[in-house]
Design a binder for this molecule. Structure first.
Ligand SMILES: Cc1ncc(COP(=O)(O)O)c(C=O)c1O
Length: 399
């Protein structure tokens, strides 16, 4: 039998999906499962989005679309950029993709030769590493543990960029930690970036409209406009608008990069579907009450989850200020047992928690931080408090 390509030895299925699948299976077997595992927003977009999609169905052009993205969609995205303080971009600086994940895949293809280095902080979103392995990039990880609030420090960045990596990848607000960088923190990192002109900067900011406590969203380009020559901003409709399955992602950055992504699109996806495009324009340009209300609700849920975690002696949880994740350090459990089952790792703990209490969380090692686990708190509100109580009971029963 012929063989698969070498790169498929390096490709692996998402660790998060493995847990989510197990939780689903147990649920199907009749178990009472509360899932904090998968990062879906768990709400639907406003009615105007569906109305735009059905109107588009009635006016199907019957043609292929633009490889970059329809002009009207690019214009709606440019308006969104201006609203979050990113001025001066034109359609030529932008490109779309089938979700931010495909935009990211394209960016790796466009910027990294095999063997080139990409640098990013841990904890990281799983695909950062998985895609690097597929395209054969060398990964340099910058450990940012709970003791530094899971945030990258300027000196760490400066030291890492001294070796002139091809790409620095940054994520704010963060999946899996929910941490958000303040304006001062972004400014300090932007100062460092100015001094390393050989490195591209990808800033994956798809949760930019999900920021709590009035801290606001800040970006390197706002601090130092000359960085726009090297900064590639990524965005998505998935989380903000409750549209993960619609698959709409964007980038804004140097024209040469946007053009490269357009060329790559022309060789695989060709274009975003017309119906999706219409829905995306409506989401970006229409009433924003759904995302605003959901963001306020997530902040309340964050408060509930954090209070429950802080009540568990020994669990340390830096305070997230965005997205919909918390990432507690649960390493106090290592070396202990639950119902006679020994817990030596985050994976053991998540397995025991699912088995004993029916609560699904993702082990931190999936994100490069084996001392932690990720709780995604987008489940229906009535499940949240009982789920957190089960976690509290689990820790209380450790011996
Ligand atoms: C940080 C981050 N970037 C990108 C993505 C991909 O988003 P999309 O659904 O647009 O592909 C996700 C999804 O979980 C994410 O958390």
């Amino acid at each position: 039998m012929p063989k698969l390509a070498e790169r498929m030895r390096r490709a692996k299925p998402s660790a998060i999906m493995v847990i989510a699948e197990k939780a689903k299976r147990l649920k199907a077997e009749g178990r009472d499962i509360i899932s904090f595992s998968i990062g879906v927003p768990n709400f639907l977009p406003g009615d105007h989005v569906y109305a735009a999609a059905s109107a588009a169905l009635k006016h199907d052009s019957g043609q292929y679309g633009s490889n970059r993205g329809a002009d009207a969609l690019l214009d709606a995205f440019l308006e969104h950029l201006r609203a979050i303080g990113l001025d001066g971009y034109t359609r030529n600086h932008c490109a779309t993709g089938i979700g931010a994940k495909q935009v990211l895949y394209n960016l790796y293809e466009a910027l990294l030769n095999e063997g080139d280095s990409i640098v990013f902080p841990t904890p990281y979103w799983t695909s950062y590493l998985d895609i690097a392995e597929i395209v054969g990039a060398r990964v340099q990880l910058l450990p940012c543990g709970p003791e530094q609030n899971y945030k990258l420090l300027p000196a760490q960045l400066d030291a890492a960029l001294a070796s002139k990596p091809r790409v620095f990848l940054f994520n704010n607000p963060s999946n899996p930690t929910g941490m958000v960088y303040s304006q001062t923190e972004i400014a300090a990192l932007a100062d460092v970036l100015l001094g390393h002109p050989e490195t591209w900067i990808i800033t994956d900011d798809i949760y930019n409209r999900m920021v709590f406590d009035g801290v606001g969203y800040h970006n390197f380009v706002q601090i130092h406009p000359p960085l726009r020559e090297r900064v590639i901003f990524m965005d998505s409709l998935s989380k903000t608008y409750g549209m993960p399955g619609w698959r709409v992602g964007f980038m804004a950055g140097p024209e040469i990069v946007a053009k490269a992504l357009t060329t790559l699109n022309s060789n695989h996806i060709t274009n975003l579907p017309e119906v999706t495009t219409a829905a995306a324009i409506a989401a970006l340009s229409g009433p924003q009450d759904v995302p605003l209300a959901r963001c306020a609700e997530f902040q309340q849920k964050r408060d509930l989850v954090l209070a429950a975690l802080n009540a568990i002696p020994g669990v340390v949880c830096p305070r997230p200020q965005g997205a919909f994740y918390v990432f507690p350090d649960i390493s106090l459990a290592f070396g202990k047992s639950h119902n006679g089952q020994r817990i030596d790792s985050d994976v053991d703990l998540c397995a025991a928690l699912l088995e004993a209490k029916g609560v699904a969380c993702v082990p931190g090692s999936a994100f490069g931080e084996p001392r932690a686990l990720r709780i995604s708190y987008t489940c229906p509100t009535p499940q949240l408090a009982p789920g957190m109580q089960r976690i509290q009971q689990f820790f209380a029963e450790l011996v």
